[in-house]
Design a protein around this ligand. Structure first.
Ligand code: FIX
Ligand code: ZN
Length: 421
């Protein structure tokens, strides 16, 4: 094609892609947000934004105070210390700090005065229902998948009482204690009326499945989910691997839902930082490969925490159609890394993956996490469609819309609907 025509085409394609990325509603497949029926469990507002564990970790690069003294302070005081360390005494150029400012800016809060109290005042005017709607509108998010643990006492009681579901919030059945600390969890199951023993006998396994079945019926989750350490192995003789093989996989197959594995967390590298104290480790992904190969009729969803694992994970997804990969998780949710990972995934997998989830713990974070991710995803796609246009394959507006809908939730829905035969 004539180079001038190519340039023109590239510009038109770029405009169409940017526009489609900006307006396509997103299904956020992993967050730590809650249906408003859970009351205080749904976090929102400036003090929650400032005390996000990403910012706690960063602030201790500067704050010279024993960790224990910090944790004794009320949340508002912690927020003030973080504001002072990360926004006033230093410029807030890290991704998580920038995120607070993107959020405030898109909400229409004036940050120029650097006055925390006037920002706080702005938030007092809102009630939670309106604020959910406003945050979802600004983030262009149509549905939010929660992380729901039957092992969390506060959450559990709300599920047990029952409540009318807000259709914007879907569930994810989170079972970390079951798989990661069977020694202390089996007694809990017994206490709840499931006739389990410490030994993983056939009867215990069938009772674990009854427990999973009850909670699946109660929550109607999109998937069963666990985060795993960097030493995760499968198959293995340990309790975690045995429970996955004998209880989780058959359960997911029976209910036709995927099993989501998130390996690579090195829990509590620094326990003094509490929730902010987890770190990252590289995983041997043969464990995921073995699961996909041994259970080709079961669906697996995976994101990994280590950058070094990302390429291998993409290659695995090319080999196993029962594997869907998603998100740039936690320490990877930074523009430079989202760019690199998304580019690689598009190059290896086309449109058959989910580039991002927010992992928001505070409602308002939906706004910045999605705003920042959209910018990067758009940049990558503009380049990729531009390369196609240069060959004479000019994508139509409909094709671009269709593709972006896939990346923002459609590919995930298609994967969940897949009949593996
Ligand atoms: O295990 C998880 O789902 C992690 O995403 C979180 O627990 C982690 O603390 C986090 O917030 C990461 O973004
Ligand atoms: Zn998470």
């Amino acid at each position: 094609m004539n180079p001038l025509t190519t340039e023109l085409m590239r510009d038109q394609v770029a405009a169409a892609v940017e526009e489609a990325v900006a307006r396509t509603p997103i299904s956020d497949i992993h967050t730590h947000l809650y249906d408003p029926a859970f009351g205080k469990l749904l976090l929102w507002g400036i003090d929650e934004l400032l005390t996000y564990h990403y910012l706690v970790a960063e602030s201790f690069r500067y704050i010279d105070m024993p960790f224990a003294n910090f944790w004794e302070l009320p949340k508002a005081r912690q927020a003030e210390l973080i504001w002072d360390a990360l926004f006033i005494k230093n410029s807030p150029i890290s991704e998580s700090c920038r995120g607070v400012l993107t959020t405030l800016n898109l909400l229409g809060v004036d940050v120029r005065k650097r006055d925390l109290n006037s920002i706080r005042k702005w938030f007092t005017e809102w009630d939670v229902e309106d604020y959910i709607t406003r945050s979802m509108e600004l983030a262009h998010v149509r549905s939010i998948c929660m992380t729901n643990s039957p092992f969390d006492e506060m959450e559990r009681s709300v599920w047990e009482k029952g409540f009318p579901r807000d259709s914007r919030f879907t569930a994810g059945l989170r079972i970390d204690p079951l798989l990661l600390s069977w020694q202390s969890t089996w007694g809990q199951l017994l206490h709840w009326g499931y006739k389990v023993s410490e030994e993983l006998t056939a009867h215990t396994i069938s009772e674990v499945r009854r427990f999973l079945g009850d909670w699946t019926e109660r929550m109607n989750p999109r998937f069963v989910m666990v985060s795993l350490a960097d030493d995760f192995e499968f198959p293995a003789q340990n309790e975690c691997a045995q429970l996955i093989e004998k209880a989780i996989v058959p359960h997911c197959r029976e209910f036709g839902i995927p099993f989501a594995l998130m390996p690579g967390v090195r829990r509590q590298a620094n326990p003094e930082l509490k929730l902010a104290g987890d770190s990252v480790g590289r995983v041997d992904l043969s464990a995921v490969q073995n699961l996909c190969a041994m259970f080709s009729d079961t669906k697996f969803i995976t994101t990994v925490l280590s950058l070094e694992n990302q390429h291998e994970l993409c290659v695995l997804a090319r080999k196993f159609r029962n594997l869907h990969i998603f998100g740039c998780w936690w320490f990877l949710n930074n523009p430079s890394l989202v760019d690199e990972i998304t580019r690689m995934r598009v190059e290896l997998l086309g449109l058959s993956f989910t580039p991002q989830h927010s992992d928001a713990r505070v409602l308002d974070q939906l706004i910045y996490k999605w705003h920042h991710s959209r910018q990067v995803i758009s940049r990558v796609l503009v380049e990729k469609y531009g390369d196609l246009a240069a060959t004479g394959w000019i994508p139509t507006r409909e094709e671009i819309d269709r593709d972006i809908q896939k990346l923002f939730g459609g590919a995930f829905d298609d994967f969940c609907a897949l009949q593996l035969r």
